[in-house]
Design a protein around this ligand. Structure first.
Ligand SMILES: [Fe+2]
Length: 281
């Protein structure tokens, strides 16, 4: 049964999360109401300038193409305006939410090609680290990738299948798949150059450089079953980054894998240690 907005708001407040859920609709969206302060604009520009210098060098070209197609990295984005462009490219649109939202509405938004974007921005004191996803993470990190047809299809399919897989006991396992693809991934570019992909990396100043450039980063070949079995770090650098051959491989792999079988086989076993996976050749 879906949790009500009021109960969810109470849980978030108890955990010290800062979203204001008082104006939420039943699908957890709110009006963006473009009323961002000068201070917000200033924080956005600082984050965006600093991160763009890195993404230009380290992000996969699909991400950079996405940024170019959507524009608007020089000020807090107007979600309606960006949705207009995104809809023409892949049929996705953006909806504003007060912060994290429960699984059921989150997956329902994805299944219907709507991506939830948090409607508040971190403060100047939080430029380097923030516990909760904010608008910079959600927009700068996730949205450009939605201009890529194969990845956009994967995200919709993820939303469509997620609840059934959770019912089989696969919540953690499909959470890992999201984590190691939509948040922290590497992808091969022609010429065997590795580039970064995923919102966790795109919105992080230090981990983006670490994942792509450091000889210390542990890079492993992408395999859906292995990804679903591998634990991850929440507030430290990842101890492994899966290397995707392409978005098509991700989408097609997710479409054809026996996800239910994988979950049944592994859900009651301890997760794999990411530090002990075999490295990519
Ligand atoms: Fe995220």
């Amino acid at each position: 049964m879906q949790i009500s907005v009021e109960d969810y708001a109470r849980q978030c407040a108890q955990q010290g999360l800062r979203g204001d859920y008082s104006k939420c609709r039943t699908d957890f969206t709110v009006a963006q109401g473009y009323d961002h302060t000068e201070q917000d604009q200033d924080v956005w520009r600082t984050l965006s300038d600093r991160q763009t210098r890195l993404t230009n060098r380290l992000a996969h070209r699909s991400y950079l193409d996405g940024i170019r197609a959507l524009g608007l990295v020089d000020r807090v984005p107007d979600l309606g305006e960006v949705s207009g462009r995104l809809r023409k490219l892949t049929g996705w649109e953006l909806v504003a939410v007060p912060g994290l939202i429960p699984n059921t509405p989150f997956f329902d938004h994805l299944a219907n090609r709507r991506f939830p974007v948090t409607n508040w921005l971190r403060t100047r004191e939080e430029l380097d680290y923030i516990v909760e996803p904010d608008m910079f993470h959600d927009f700068f990190g996730h949205v450009p990738a939605l201009t890529q047809p194969a990845f956009a299809d994967f995200m919709q399919m993820y939303g469509t299948k997620a609840e059934d897989l959770i019912d089989l006991g696969g919540e953690e396992m499909i959470g890992r798949l999201y984590w190691y693809t939509a948040e922290f991934a590497l992808i091969e570019e022609p010429g065997q150059t590795l580039k970064a992909f995923g919102a966790g990396l795109m919105s992080s100043f230090s981990e983006l450089q670490f994942a792509v450039e450091s000889p210390e980063a542990h890079r492993v070949p992408f395999d859906i079953e292995t990804v679903m079995r591998t634990g991850y770090e929440i507030d430290k650098f990842q101890r492994a980054y899966f290397v995707l051959p392409s978005f098509e491989a991700l989408r097609d792999g997710f479409e054809t894998a026996d996800l239910a079988g994988i979950i049944r086989r592994w859900k009651d076993r301890p997760p794999l240690d990411p530090g002990r996976l075999s490295a990519a050749a």
